[in-house]
Design a binder for this molecule. Structure first.
Ligand code: FAD
Ligand code: NAP
Length: 536
């Protein structure tokens, strides 16, 4: 037990007031649990609170990227666009907080700094940077998978005298780039969404690209009343299909083996998907794209040819063509006019593969070839994904086990939900669960529902402590690695592999077995009285 005086006693402490923390609070509180949620942010929404860069929006259709737990909520909320903007998603998060009166159990602008398990009492002592000391039975990390921003390791980064912006820490009041010479470093999803809009304002825009990404047209548009009512009149069945699907998104087509159709037919299928901006069909029309390199090449070549057809300067087009990773093994992007932006006279692409970035100076950026002057720099350089926010907290489990030590060669979990030696501690959408490979709303709800059932069962049966066994965890890791390693994913230097953070162990972080099959595994574990866990 900590020597500090306890300031409150809870059944459950939840770290994070994003969609995961909010839903967990709602479910548990309605079942009579005493719950306290903490967030560093000054409001709800997590990802959608922090990522306010121009163009930020979801790339899973709004009607799918939303809670399913309350039919009244899904009927009353009106999404206005195919892919909702960040402000609209944040409004939705606030609407949910208001509708279910979540506010009294959430404390903002407060970071959890440590969590220590007391073996004798079977309880956690959780501390915050504001001096709270909470004694709690359960400790839930709903900290988000993409919530620890990562700045690049570039010499001189602090020296730049103009404003520097990180896409995931964007100023709430917005930024006006009118008349400015702007640099963007990075070409991941955040950059690809923001570059066309920054280009609309800036006098000059220079994009520093180390690795090109595959991107397809978003085809974003206002939602039509007819399509909304079609989904809404059938929402239960629609949600059910998402739950049992591979990635939390209901398909309305059947993928086929790439080479089961002629090459003309392959092109027809892909062109149709491109022309109708059907992102799922672009990537998933063929079932073997993520396991067979030759099949992957068919789709990757199609995308590269599209880039060449849009970008007028052949040299720039070639620089924008990804060759270093199979398509889909890095998160594919969807965009609005991204490639066409490079046809604008005031937009320039600097290929860092040819002329590496050497330094940030007080007035700009230097590459091996050139010195650039800028008024502002935008870092679209990503996140310490999946483990970053968990490991920022000093977490000590049974017998003083240190989570950072236990994970020094990569995260190890049972089902991406629990960790051996850390009783009564849980990760929502944690490593080795489908998580970032899925529509996260579906995966969040599945984890929250599973945990809620667990807590109720423990309460009903008078069980106070649960812990994943080492054996169950080892077997899960083994299975999760086998599934991941049988795919093309390990070929990419992606954040899925931890490859974007120097020194981070290179392991495939999410579980590739699919949302539907994974749900079945979790349900079976629960049905067998929580197989792989021990109770005390
Ligand atoms: P988050 O929303 O990340 O919330 C976690 C919260 O925990 C944060 O508010 C953070 O401040 C807080 N926190 C972390 N550590 C601490 C601490 N120590 N103390 C206190 N508070 C802490 N997913 C999709 O499925 N579809 C999409 O289209 C999609 N688009 C995305 C776009 C962007 C720009 C990004 C970055 C991610 C996107 N994602 C998308 C993934 C997105 O993160 C999830 O969909 C979802 O919002 C995650 O919710 P969450 O509650 O699990 O975590
Ligand atoms: P990201 O995909 O990790 O992209 C980061 C970019 O920064 C990469 O292009 C990377 O290049 C570059 N970079 C990093 N360090 C650099 C350096 N030192 N010098 C030059 N370039 C450097 O991050 P993100 O764009 O923020 O996206 C992260 C994830 O968030 C996405 O994959 C997605 O899951 C989610 N997201 C979704 C949406 C959406 O459309 N809904 C939008 C934004 C984000 P390298 O590849 O060479 O490392």
């Amino acid at each position: 037990m900590s020597t500090k005086a306890v300031t409150s006693t809870q059944d459950v402490v939840v770290v994070g007031a994003g969609f995961a923390g909010m839903y967990l609070l709602h479910r548990l509180r309605s079942l009579g649990f005493q719950v306290q949620v903490f967030d560093k942010a000054s409001g709800v929404g997590g990802t959608w609170y922090w990522n306010r860069y121009p163009g930020a929006r979801c790339d899973v259709r709004s009607l799918d990227y939303s809670y399913s737990f309350d039919p009244e909520l899904e009927q009353e909320w009106e999404w206005t666009e195919k892919y909702a903007t960040q402000p609209e998603i944040l409004r939705y998060a606030n609407h949910v907080a208001e509708r279910y009166n979540l506010w009294p159990n959430m404390k903002f602008e407060t970071a959890i700094t440590s969590a220590i398990f007391d073996d004798a009492r079977g309880r956690w002592t959780v501390t915050t940077d504001k001096g709270d000391v909470i004694d709690t039975q359960h400790f839930v990390l709903a900290v988000g998978t993409l919530s620890t921003p990562k700045l690049p390791e570039i010499p001189g980064i602090e020296s730049f005298k103009g404003p520097k912006y990180q896409t995931s820490l964007w100023p709430h009041e917005g930024v006006d780039f009118t008349g400015k010479r702007v640099a963007v470093i990075g070409t991941g999803s955040s950059a690809i969404q923001s570059i066309p809009l920054i280009a609309k304002q800036a006098k000059q825009l220079t994009v520093f690209q180390r690795t090109p990404n595959f991107s397809g047209p978003a085809g974003n548009r206002k939602l039509e009343t007819k399509e909304v009512s079609e989904v809404k009149s059938n929402y239960r069945e629609h949600r059910q299909r998402a739950k049992v699907s591979a990635n939390g998104i209901p398909f309305d087509f059947t993928p086929v083996p790439t080479f089961s159709v002629s090459s003309d037919e392959q092109q027809k299928i892909l062109n149709n998907a491109w022309d109708t901006a059907d992102f799922m069909r672009m990537i998933a029309s063929f079932e073997d794209v993520l396991i067979d390199k030759k099949a992957n090449d068919v789709v990757a070549d199609f995308f590269r040819n599209k880039i060449r057809s849009i970008v007028q300067d052949p040299e720039i087009a070639e620089a924008l063509c990804p060759y270093d990773h199979p398509i889909g093994t890095k998160r594919p992007c969807v965009d609005t006019d991204y490639y066409a932006t490079y046809n604008l006279d005031h937009v320039r692409l600097v290929n860092l593969r040819k002329t590496p970035l050497t330094e940030i100076t007080p007035t700009g950026i230097k590459t091996t070839d050139e010195s650039f002057e800028f008024d502002a720099i935008v870092f679209a350089t990503g996140f310490d994904a999946m483990t970053g926010s968990i490991l920022k907290i000093d977490i000590r489990g049974r017998n003083g086990a240190n989570l950072a030590d236990q994970w020094k060669d990569g995260p190890t979990t049972y089902l991406g939900l629990a960790i051996a030696n850390f009783p009564n501690m849980y990760t929502i959408t944690g490593p080795q669960s489908p998580s970032v490979l899925s529509n996260m709303m579906v995966s969040i709800e599945q984890h929250v529902d599973w945990l809620t059932d667990l807590f109720v069962t423990m309460r009903d049966k008078g069980r106070s402590v649960i812990e994943a066994t080492q054996q169950a965890q080892d077997e899960w890791i083994h299975h999760s690695s086998d599934v991941g390693n049988a795919s093309l994913y390990p070929l990419a230097n992606s954040w899925y592999m931890g490859a974007n953070v120097p020194g981070k162990p290179r392991v495939f972080l999410p579980y590739l077995g699919g949302v539907g099959p994974y749900r079945e595994i979790c349900d079976n574990v629960a049905a067998e009285d929580y197989r792989g866990f021990v109770f005390a």
